[in-house]
Design a protein around this ligand. Structure first.
Ligand code: TGC
Ligand code: FAD
Length: 397
């Protein structure tokens, strides 16, 4: 039978369970009906509507792979499908969700004490408490191991640590209630994770200034985290994880999510370009979709989106069985982000001058996809992670 579907050319749908299909349909319906109508204004005004997190919470889309605490406990593939639905609308909305779900809730679920889990996870699952993840610093992005933020015993408050330092480019930081900050613990010199609650910080010890005028990811809020001898209870430190393994374990899930999400953004670029190319006529009244050069652009993009989806499903299945190596996640994060960005840039050409109008959506995806290629390990850094695994020689320093 000739059942080729350009929207799912390799029939990845056939690899999904009934539950995964149902979750995907729920997420896609919410995103298309409720999120999409808001994105143009949000992007123009650099405005993130916090209600979106609560709406996602009501639908069970936050921290979806976590078992218990009001979370859905779904497969990694199902969570990838949710991410893809959100990023089909906008990478910025997916960013807000990734930080909440994969980085902060995922980190608390993996490394938190029972008290920390009980306190934060149920409210975060409902989107009523918002999280941020602070690893990157002004002088240390690709190399977080050299971070300068430090946690030392508090000089006056017993049972408290004092944290000082600056984090930058932090998604959600201007509005986050709980900030997961990674700092060097002075006693051992090792990196440890801390949960800093905004409401408990005395004035002047925590500032989270908004980084404005971004030229990508404008529907997501980004800021700094500035800590000046901020008192943090010792009970808010993750007890049993030290070194970079802590933040990188959180990043494994978030990077996996990005590999899924960007295929959603690319698929939206494909659908928008196809519609435009069929409607726009040039030379003898022909739709530009008739011209081979335009068709090749679509063929390349559809091929890369299909391959990216299959690879993400495979890694998701391995992740469910606990057998996904971090290098596999680096492989799909790098490849899917690079391909999505490259194809989106080329598809943008099909819109001619209209590509410059934000009404067409394609320019927004291109600007966003640059950021996806940069954060959570820039693509060249993932090349070096893979190169190290292939050769046994590390090339970072
Ligand atoms: P290296 O020697 O490679 O590793 C140090 C320790 O960490 C362990 N480890 C991992 N553990 C779990 N999962 C992983 N993926 C891991 N990778 C490494 C490793 O076993 C070792 O453990 P131990 O116990 O022996 O100490 O460390 P390195 O300093 O040489 O690392 C180099 C490099 C380049 C790989 C790493 O620093 C890196 O990945 N850099 C990229 C930085 C990054 O991804 N930043 C992300 C910031 S968060 C963010 O961008 C959120 S955006 C969210 C959004 O808005 O969507
Ligand atoms: P640099 O590390 O200075 O790198 C600059 C360039 O040099 C890159 O191309 C890099 O690949 C290259 N390079 C660096 N070292 C090497 C090397 N050894 N070999 C070859 N090339 C190299 N961080 C968080 O902690 N939490 C967040 O929520 C968060 N959200 C973000 C949101 C946005 C919108 C953005 C833009 C960033 C966000 N980040 C966040 C930060 C992001 O993770 C960093 O920007 C990223 O890790 C790169 O670090 P850097 O910007 O310092 O670049």
């Amino acid at each position: 039978p000739r059942n080729f579907n350009w929207e799912d050319p390799l029939n990845s749908h056939a690899l999904l369970t009934e539950d995964e299909r149902a979750i995907s349909e729920t997420a896609e319906a919410y995103c298309q009906e409720r999120m999409l109508p808001r994105v143009l204004e949000a992007y123009r005004n650099e405005d993130f509507d916090q209600k979106i997190m609560e709406e996602m919470g009501e639908l069970g889309l936050l921290g979806a792979t976590i078992n218990g605490y009001g979370c859905a406990g779904v497969s990694n593939v199902a969570s990838g499908l949710i991410t893809k639905a959100v990023e089909r609308v906008d990478s910025g909305y997916r960013s807000g969700m990734s930080v909440q779900s994969s980085l902060v809730m995922g980190g608390i679920d993996e490394f938190g004490t029972q008290e920390q889990k009980d306190k934060f996870l149920p409210l975060m699952a409902k989107g009523k408490l918002l999280g941020a993840f602070g690893l990157t610093e002004p002088n240390h992005g690709s190399d977080p191991g050299s971070m300068e933020t430090v946690a030392k015993p508090h000089p006056t408050k017993k049972g408290y640590l004092s944290i000082s330092g600056a984090k930058t480019w932090i998604t959600n930081s201007p509005i986050a209630d709980v900030l997961m900050v990674w700092a060097k613990y002075q006693e051992t010199g090792k990196i440890r994770g801390f949960l800093i609650e905004r409401k408990d910080c005395p004035p002047g010890t925590l500032e989270t200034p908004h980084i404005k005028n971004k030229n990508g990811l404008r529907a997501s809020l980004t800021g700094m985290i500035q800590l000046d001898e901020c008192p943090v209870p010792e009970a808010n430190m993750f007890p049993n994880v030290e070194g970079l393994r802590g933040p990188f374990a959180c990043l494994n899930s978030a990077r996996f999510g990005i590999a899924w999400g960007v295929t959603g953004a690319l698929e939206d670029c494909i659908a928008r370009t196809r519609t435009y190319a069929l409607e726009r006529k040039q030379f003898n009244g022909n739709p530009i979709a008739k011209y081979q050069l335009v068709q090749k652009k679509l063929a390349d993009a559809v091929t890369d989106a299909a391959m990216g989806t299959l690879a993400a499903i495979q890694v998701g299945r391995l992740k469910d069985t606990g057998t996904a190596a971090p290098e596999m996640i680096s492989l799909i994060k790098r490849e899917n982000c690079d391909r999505a960005l490259r194809n989106a840039r080329i598809l943008q050409e099909v819109f001619g001058g209209n590509a410059v109008s934000d009404e067409y959506g394609i320019g927004r995806h291109v600007a966003n996809l640059f950021v996806t290629q940069t954060y959570e390990g820039q693509s060249d850094i993932h090349s070096l992670i893979l190169g190290r695994a292939i050769t046994g020689i590390q090339a970072f320093v």
